[in-house]
Ligand binder design. Sequence first.
Ligand code: NAP
Length: 459
Amino acid sequence: MKNEKKVYSVSGNEVFGSLPLMSQEEVGDKIHQASAAQGSWGSTEVYKRAEILHEWAEQLVKKQDQIGEVISKEVGKNLASAVKEVVRTADLIRYTAEEGCRIHGELLKGDSSKGGSSNKMAMVEQEPLGVVLAISPFNYPVNLAASKIAPALISGNAVVFKPASQGALSGKLMIEALLETDLPSDTIQFVSGKGSEIGDFLVTHPNIDMITFTGSTETGQAISQKAKMIPVVLELGGKDPAIVLEDADLDLAAEHIVSGAYSYSGQRCTAIKRVLASDTIAHDLSEKIKQKVENLSVGTPEDNATVTPLINNEAADFVQDLIDDALSKGAELVTGNRREDHLVYPTLLDHVNSDMKVAWEEPFGPVLPIIRINETEDFVSLSNQSQYGLQASIFTKDVQKARDIATKLDVGSVQMNAKTERGPDHFPFIGAKNSGLGSQGIRRSIESMTRDKLFILNL
Ligand code: NAP
């Protein structure tokens, strides 16, 4: 391989690996190999495909410490969470294998619509699409890759997998574990290189039949504009609100808000990224959140700290700019606003208003704005003014009120009395507006990677 990129650990800044920067020609060869392998994989019995996925899950469990350590170094996630990500991924793969075995198609009788005939009968089967391009982000480099690769494989597709450049070493280890199973090796192709250099080539390649992408809204939108006549499923950014009504259990709300906003330093698509609080309880809520934030562990991934250095210095600069902008426009600093290189201390801002960037932008870092509100309608309209629509949380004891607000929110999922989060993995996972396109979650992902094929019996 001509070009290689050194991979540095997020917290220690030491080189601990390297990654091939593939040329377009090399990437093209990989796509062709996947394409050539797909036919025989697509006609392999589903139970055999499922057995291979089960073997993969076993391999990941065996290698959980090794892969977890690489995730931790590569993306700066604490070690315990990194290992947990690998184990959760094994569970997801097992469930996907089982779910794939339950896709049976259907039989339609022809006489149900006017003009039809009882002499017609359609067998509807699900066919693989061909070669699925899976592009994953840095923050869950194993889980968000396997949640694309496993459904693609169980439904008979071949896969070209392009991980985030920072996150690719753990992605590679995960693929090596897959290649230790009986999977025909050309069925999965690992490609690496900068998205800005090989991305367009990948997404516009004529042998790519479907794209499943998780990452920023900006990249996702660019991909959806370039992909032609193929299905595209996108999981993008978010600005999930925690809506706290005046009858809420404030201790419960504070606990969920802190864990939702600051785990893995806020680098989660479903992190709580703003609090919309009834102004009658906002002061008490702010105090309770503050106490918990000040007890968060801040440090290195090796120390299992909750708040660890952000993925890079630019990410920390971006967060700092949001904090500075809010403070310059009159927000109150409740706690935080301290920084050491790209370690940003957990920061809580109160009295944030709509003129401040932090009210609207996705920080992908440990800063949380509180916006005080006094009318129910304002909760809805402020929530819906965001370009994003991933999830929302509502904290209240009144189920009817929560349901009324939930029906008006332009988001994929609404959580009552709990933080926003992905999963359980078999639940559908949807981003409305600029947060996504299509639906994920194990069953929905499998469905998105197949198409109906009819065999019509004319008796
Ligand atoms: P990103 O910068 O958009 O990168 C995501 C992936 O796209 C990487 O593999 C990247 O490769 C690749 N890429 C970059 N430019 C490309 C191009 N022109 N064509 C094709 N691929 C290209 O996102 P990120 O910083 O890794 O992840 C953070 C974002 O992901 C946040 O906005 C977060 O909310 C979102 N996210 C959403 C979900 C969800 O489920 N909704 C889950 C997790 C994260 P390189 O690394 O080589 O540039």
